[in-house]
Design a protein around this ligand. Sequence first.
Ligand code: DGJ
Length: 735
Amino acid sequence: MKYKILPVLSLFLLGCSFGLSADVLNVSTPESTLLLQATKGGQLKFLYYGDLLDAKEVKSVAETTPARYDAYPFFGSYPQNESALSVVHPDGNLTLDMEVEGWKTVKNGNATETVITLKDRKYPVTVNVNYLTREGDNVIETWTDVTNKSDSVLKLLRFDSGYLPIRKSDVWMSQLYGTWANEGRVEEAPLPHGMKVIQNKDGGRNSHTSHAEVMFSLDGKGRENEGRVIGAALCYSGNYKLRVNTDDTDYHHFFAGINEENSSYNLQPGETFVTPALALTYSSEGLSGVSRNFHRWGRNYRLAHGDRPRKVLLNSWEGVYFDINEDGMDRMMGDIASMGGELFVMDDGWFGVKYPRNNDSSSLGDWYVDTRKLPHGLKGLLDSAKKHGVKFGIWYEPEMTNSVSELYESHPEWIVNSVGRKPVEGRGGTQLVLDMGNPEVQDHVFDMIDTLLTNYPDIDYIKWDANAPIMSLGSNYLTKDNQSHTYIEYHRGFAKVMDRIRAKYPDVTIQACASGGGRANWGVLPWFDEFWVSDNTDALQRVYMQWGTSYFFPAIAMGSHISAAPNHQTFRTIPIKYRTDVAMSGRLGMEIQPANMTEEEKDFCRNAIAQYKEIRDVVQFGDIYRLLSPYDNKGAASLMYVSPDKDEAVYYWWKTETFVGQQLPRVPMAGLNPDKHYKVLELNRIDNSPLPYEGRTFSGRYLMSNGLEMPVTHDVDYHKRNDYSSRVLRLQAVD
Ligand code: DGJ
């Protein structure tokens, strides 16, 4: 990271001293520059965001660019414009009139924070607008702190994390949309006039139907590996709103923050409201370039254990659902161990004493082992895991209860509910959400996880699920004036609990699951090692969902499992080869009853797991290059991961449709070193004869300009033929 300041002005900016006059603030990363203009006693303006500028260019750009738009617009003088912050002062005044008081840069390790302080010209309100960069990293995090310096309550009506003007040209926006079992679908379209809004109001799970991350391709429809693209990701676990206002100006106006609907906030005297961070990145290497920036930043700074390879696991859910018993678990552990897996996770159905958890209509909160199913308790399961040489993980849904549970019987006041009303019940007809804003609930949830991990320190993994939205909004804990804080306090409470768990148990692996992919967001990932992409494990549909999810999240965080055929969600029968080839492009796992697999399938998986271990570092720590999108309907999809030193790569190709006589495009590769030579080795091979390229070497230049032809079908015996075809190639640089 280069933090460059115009030399002529640097006198005012050195160290932590406050500036004295108008200046240009340069927030640069190795490949991008954000320029702001700050005038003491005047305004904070946006000047430029794009390719890296050198010092001379900064000067030229700063001196020739009209400073038209506020870097963080307030509701006030021009109410006809969209704003990022709007308030009601104690006397009822609705406007803010903010001037720059000063700015400073603060260095902390490899991070540099630029803080610009603004104050209202009349009212005792200050706002810090913050920009954080880290050495060598291409993401800029921006957020805002609002402080009430009066002696009465300041009501916040809107409190965005950040704003970015984007020059109109042919700007296309990429967003993810979907629903349960169909998460992470890509939609790309030119920005329309008017207001484009992407939002979430679930309360707890915020990435099923839409995502808090978007990309803006500045030069027409986004291309994967070329073209200027801006990426934005709001790092928040709760309700959000992203707005793009395309008005009569030359710019699109992008705002992102906590969804303010039903969440107005009473800021007490002396209190500071800190918004979640908005992560911004820019790349001239297309959509995949932005993805690579987010992935690197995520692995280095925002994902729990982003530098630790993930284990290959078997999760019990689709194998046995609620039918948990000791013998069954022992057998599954033995099976995954025999296939080379490293971890077994027991899913839902293991708990409940007064109310046994035999289906989804009871027992959440009663986290006591059901010894009718597991006579030797968790100790017995941990002993089994040890015997088989695998680690053991367990499912919890800590933020929830059911009206049929011992917990709810003793603490009906602990749920989120509109005070005085009959609670609305969710999953199973009885599920309720605990009020995480209540400190007693926070202690309870922490104590329960603390007890588990203290009593069973060998537990390696927790699948942390959340299967209900917030219904009937309100809190027994909050005062009547602060009922509108319920959503925000829920997520503050959730953060406090997670902080406590991570402080005491830094090493345990935790998966964020929320009815499948409901918590794929950078707001939760500092505490979680990964997320479950979707409850839909159909390999063909996963090609589409994982493609979209990879726009913002790295493979290391994407739980991707081999499941049964016919698939339990789509009832599609997909051969084990294709199921495995898709699962191997993420964090590989299995979600299946191994007892129902044939010996041939087990052998195939055993071999695939062994091969995955060889490429795991490239998949989990490499750079993604998406090559051929399934959304382009060309009959196939393809992507690859390349190690940072470009010595190793893994190439994936999946056919997505089958017609006789179809003509599929050849896919040029990307991201390789043009001057290196790579040896090709096919993984998970099922063909009777190897590909013609097997064991041959090709230059990176050839592979990137030409690519390798993939046969449309597999060369297998007649009775083994089917309509699926896929390839995984390992490329290794040779001297
Ligand atoms: C929803 C999750 O997404 C599933 O994987 C499974 O854990 C079930 N909950 C268990 O109830």
